[in-house]
Design a protein around this ligand. Structure first.
Ligand code: FES
Length: 109
């Protein structure tokens, strides 16, 4: 599957998640305070909640429903009640635009 343009880097608000859908896959896109851009699965693994409606803090995205914080780097929840990770997608920046291929997830150990 080809990577899809999802946003311009300039239109992303720092420390705020944006929901994008790539080839039917919902993804939470976040520009952190260091300017790094992260893309993780948007659906909380504890419930059917959109993580992009939650809160960004440091390198985590917190689910508003019950407070699990997911690492933007590894996709792993750092606290209960969620215990399954969300996928982390590779992000490519080309000429100021953000591209994501929803079929390409990062290998996280
Ligand atoms: S639905 Fe996300 S922590 Fe419960």
């Amino acid at each position: 599957m080809a990577a899809e343009r999802v946003a311009a880097v300039a239109e992303l608000v720092e420390n705020q998640a944006t929901r994008v859908v790539v080839n039917g896959v919902p993804i939470a896109l976040v520009k952190d305070s260091a300017g790094d851009i992260h893309a993780i699965g948007d659906t909380c693994t504890h419930g059917e909640i959109s993580l992009s409606e939650g809160f960004v803090e440091d390198e985590t995205l917190e689910c508003w429903a019950h407070g699990s914080q997911f690492s933007l780097v590894t996709g792993k929840p750092l606290n209960l009640p969620a215990y399954e990770p969300v996928p982390v997608f590779a992000v490519e920046i080309i000429d100021g635009d953000v591209f994501i291929d929803s079929s390409v997830t990062k290998e996280i150990n």
